[in-house]
Design a protein around this ligand. Structure first.
Ligand code: ADP
Ligand code: MG
Ligand code: ZN
Length: 480
């Protein structure tokens, strides 16, 4: 009997506002510790929170993009727990009346459509950050940096609709892309702009009820999420196969050992004693504010992928690669339109261009060629002036130099040689200079034909028209 994994995710995404959610302190990474703080985000007695309208705007955009219903009234609540990085002793979050309910994220790959329900999207504040150092008892210190305290977050909770670690990672990746596209999230995983808690349980395939779940906390990379879930699925399967029960517990992913380890069991679970936040009125969102946000919504990656397929006849695969970023897609569309060759444009934009960008760690904004220049290169290839492999060399010379394809081809004498007279002379020379391979060819070793082609290409620095060379060589060798 096989076991079916059931996975639900809780994702915290930092909202890309200039200031914190309940005070005017700047939201910025990399400043000296405790320099972006005030009485509100330090939780000093008597300080009162004032809600950041921009954070609400961003949360509404995210909720709408996920197909959620934004509630006309939502309520902030205090989530009480003690931790040194939580100066007030409670986090301001939303509980039984969240900002938005009931959406879904759906995507299609080939024939398969995956739909993941979204239970809720709510607003909350981030806590500070604890740091520990020293190993010997006498030398152990802990520090708290409150720069992050009060940074606006949304929490997005999915239904337990995911059925594999790979799908969970894909969901996380797609969600991040959407939030970045909306301009509500910076998308930097290392800086914790998006972080994921993963809930996973197993059940007998076909069983209608859910098994006991384990929560793996704080996964901040797609790969860690996938590996942690894969590990957890195998671990739980082994437990269940032994006839034992999976403990309802919270675990952590240990990068060093590639395993999940127990953080706390259910018995140690917090009782958060949620209470409505008395210092903030209920959050009322008027219908016209929701409609205004809807009107501002940019094209999202999945819609863009479908448009690229329809408008440019791209494959699902190419379209998905290009649609991941609005800037890459814009670049591609510009090349496709100027050259009139969308397929060739897609090849460059999924091959050589990202390869070069990766070399220097640059983004598409810093590409070493303009869309017009790349379209020019495609035109030169289409006209048969240079071969496909020569085009890569030309591209290399264009990159970062501001030179056009025409300029490189002419300047470096790279234009394809089609002239039969010229090529015939070179072919004769090559054949004359290689009596041994000629003898082999005549003895029936036709494979050495490739050797002769190579020699001609070498002599012409790859510029010889291959079809003409083949014909000329065939004739010249038969004549020997
Ligand atoms: P809690 O209140 O403890 O956070 P929730 O009901 O909010 O619990 O669920 C948290 C997450 O866990 C959601 O993403 C949900 O889809 C997921 N989840 C709930 N039950 C299960 C289960 N049995 N197996 C896997 N995931 C689950
Ligand atoms: Mg929860
Ligand atoms: Zn502050």
């Amino acid at each position: 009997m096989t076991w079916e994994p059931v996975i639900g995710l809780e994702i915290h995404a930092q909202l890309a506002t200039d200031t914190k959610i309940f005070c005017g302190c700047a939201v910025r990474a990399g400043d000296p510790p405790n320099t972006l703080v005030c009485p509100v985000c330090l939780g000093l007695p008597g300080a009162l929170p004032v809600l950041n309208a921009r954070a609400v705007e961003f949360a509404i955009l995210a909720a709408l993009a996920l197909g959620c219903r934004v509630q006309p009234v939502s309520v902030f609540a205090r989530k009480n727990y003690f931790y040194p990085d939580l100066p007030k002793g409670y986090q301001i979050s939303q509980y039984d009346r969240p900002l938005a309910l009931d959406g879904a994220l759906e995507w299609t790959t080939g024939e398969t459509t995956t739909r993941v329900g979204i239970i809720r999207v709510h607003l909350e504040e981030d806590a500070g950050k604890s740091m520990h150092d020293g190993f010997a008892d006498s030398d152990r210190h802990s520090y708290v940096d409150f720069n992050r305290s009060g940074v606006p977050l949304i929490e997005i909770v999915t239904r337990p609709d995911l059925r594999s670690a790979a799908d969970a990672a894909e969901f996380f990746e797609r969600l991040r892309a959407i939030l970045v596209e909306l301009g509500v999230n910076g998308g930097n995983l290392e800086e914790g702009h998006v972080r994921c808690d993963a809930n996973v349980s197993l059940r007998r395939a076909g069983d209608g009820t859910l098994g006991t779940r384990v929560e793996v906390k704080n996964l901040n990379s797609f790969r860690y999420l996938e590996r942690a879930l894969d590990y957890e699925i195998v671990r739980q399967e082994a437990v269940l196969e032994k006839g034992m029960r999976v403990e309802h517990e919270t675990r952590l992913w240990d990068v060093a050992t590639g395993r999940t380890v127990v953080m706390r069991s259910k018995e140690q679970a917090h009782d958060y004693r949620y209470l409505p936040e008395p210092d903030l009125p209920p959050l009322a969102i008027a219908a016209d504010r929701i409609e205004a946000a809807r009107a501002r919504m940019p094209e999202l990656p999945d819609a863009r992928r479908q448009r690229l397929m329809v408008e440019f006849g791209l494959s699902d695969y190419d379209a998905a690669l290009l649609a991941g970023s609005a800037a890459v897609s814009r670049f591609f569309e510009s090349v496709a339109k100027s050259s009139g060759r969308p397929k060739a444009a897609a090849n460059w934009m999924t091959g050589e261009v990202p390869r070069k960008l990766k070399e220097s760690g640059a983004g598409i904004e810093e590409a070493g060629v303009t869309p017009e220049a790349l379209a020019g290169l495609i035109a030169v290839v289409e006209a048969g002036t240079i071969s496909g492999s020569m085009a890569k060399e030309v591209f290399e010379k264009m990159w970062g130099s501001g030179r056009t394809a025409d300029d490189v081809v002419r300047g470096e004498g790279l234009a394809q040689i089609d002239d039969r007279e010229t090529l015939a002379a070179i072919v004769r020379d090559v054949v004359a200079a290689n009596p041994k391979p000629v003898a082999q060819f005549k003895a029936g070793k036709t494979l050495v034909f490739g050797f002769f082609v190579g020699q001609v290409m070498k002599a012409t620095r790859g510029t010889a028209n291959p079809a003409v060379v083949n014909a000329l060589l065939q004739r010249e060798l038969e004549r020997q």
